[in-house]
Ligand binder design. Structure first.
Ligand code: ADP
Ligand code: UDP
Length: 241
C-alpha cells in the first residue's frame, strides 16, 4: 500500500490510501489544549481514542446514523470515507461546562433544556470563533440546508450517545462533531468521537473521564479514557445488558 500524508493535525495524521475515496487515520499519542498552545506526549493515548472512536462510530451506524467510519485496522488505526470537511465545529451541550459556564456565569453542570447547539468556525489562526447562522451564510461557509442538517444530526447523535452512556454509568455533558461531503455530495458525520471531543462524567464518583483532566492538569487522562473504553467494550462487544 502506498500512502502519502495528507494532513498532520493536533490529534491525528491523515494518509491518502490507494483508493481516492478512503483515508487512513492514525491517532497520535498527544494531548493538546488552548488550540495547540499546550502540548504533551502521552504514550498509549492514540490507541485509546482510536478504539473509543471506532466503537462509537460503529454504534451510531447500528443506530442508523451514517458516518465516515469504514474499519479499524489491526494496529488500531482507522480507514474512513474521505470527505470535504464543512469548516464548522458543531457543539452540543446538555449541561453547562467549559467557557459556556463562565461566559453566562451559571453553575457548572447546570442542566440545559433544551440542549444547546452552537457552531464554531474551524480556523486555528482565529482560535475557532463562535459563529451564528447568518454569519455562516454571509461568509459562505455553508448553506441553509447544511446548517439545519448538521444541527438536526447533532441532536440525533446526542440522543443516541446519551442513551448509550447512561447505560454504562456515564453522563454526557457536551461534545463536538464535524461533518463533511463525500465526492457524491452526501453529508456524513466525520472526524472523531472520543473523550478528546466530549465531556463525560462518571455518574457514581462525579469524576471527569475526558480531556478536562489534561486541561486542568488534575491527573492522567489515560485512566478515564481506559474506563470509558472498558465500559463501552463490555456493553457493545461483550454484549453486557
Ligand atoms: P486539527 O485539524 O484540529 O489539528 P486533527 O488532528 O484531529 O485536528 O486532524 C484531523 C483533520 O482531519 C481535521 O482537520 C478533520 O477536520 C479532518 N477530517 C476528519 N475526518 C475526515 C475525513 N473523513 N476526510 C477528510 N478529512 C477529515
Ligand atoms: N471541543 C472540541 N474541540 C474544540 C473545542 C471544543 O472537541 O476545538 C469540545 C470539548 O471537548 C467539549 C465541547 O467541545 O466537549 C465544548 O467545549 P467548550 O466550547 O466548552 O470549550 P472550552 O471552553 O473547554 O474551550
Amino acid at each position: 500500500m502506498t500512502e502519502s500524508l495528507l494532513y498532520s493535525g493536533k490529534a491525528k495524521n491523515m494518509f491518502q490510501t490507494d483508493d481516492p475515496e478512503i483515508v487512513h487515520i492514525h491517532y497520535k499519542d498527544q494531548a493538546t489544549a488552548l488550540n495547540g498552545k499546550v502540548k504533551e506526549k502521552i504514550e498509549g493515548k492514540g490507541q485509546l481514542t482510536s478504539h473509543i472512536s471506532a466503537l462509537l462510530f460503529n454504534y451510531l451506524t447500528v443506530q442508523g446514523i451514517e458516518n465516515h467510519f469504514q474499519k479499524e485496522l489491526e494496529n488500531g488505526d482507522a480507514l474512513v470515507r474521505k470527505v470535504k470537511i464543512v469548516p464548522l465545529e458543531v457543539v452540543t451541550r446538555n449541561f453547562a461546562a467549559g467557557h459556556f459556564a463562565s461566559r453566562f456565569n451559571v453553575p457548572m453542570h447546570k442542566a440545559l433544556k433544551p440542549a444547546v447547539h452552537e457552531f464554531y468556525f474551524k480556523s486555528d489562526s482565529l482560535d475557532d470563533p463562535f459563529i451564528n447562522n447568518e454569519q455562516i451564510l454571509a461568509l459562505e461557509i455553508a448553506d441553509k440546508k447544511t446548517i439545519s442538517q448538521t444541527k438536526e444530526e447533532a441532536e440525533l447523535i446526542n440522543q443516541k450517545l446519551i442513551n448509550l452512556f447512561d447505560q454504562i454509568g456515564i453522563t454526557l455533558i457536551d461534545f463536538k462533531v464535524e461533518f463533511g461531503f463525500t465526492s457524491q455530495g452526501k453529508l456524513l458525520l466525520a472526524d472523531e468521537l472520543s473523550p478528546d471531543n466530549m465531556r463525560l462524567l462518571d455518574k457514581e464518583s462525579g469524576k471527569s473521564l475526558d480531556k478536562d483532566v489534561f486541561r486542568q492538569k488534575i491527573g492522567d487522562v489515560r485512566i478515564g479514557y481506559q474506563t470509558v473504553l472498558d465500559r463501552l467494550n463490555n456493553k457493545l462487544i461483550a454484549g453486557e445488558n
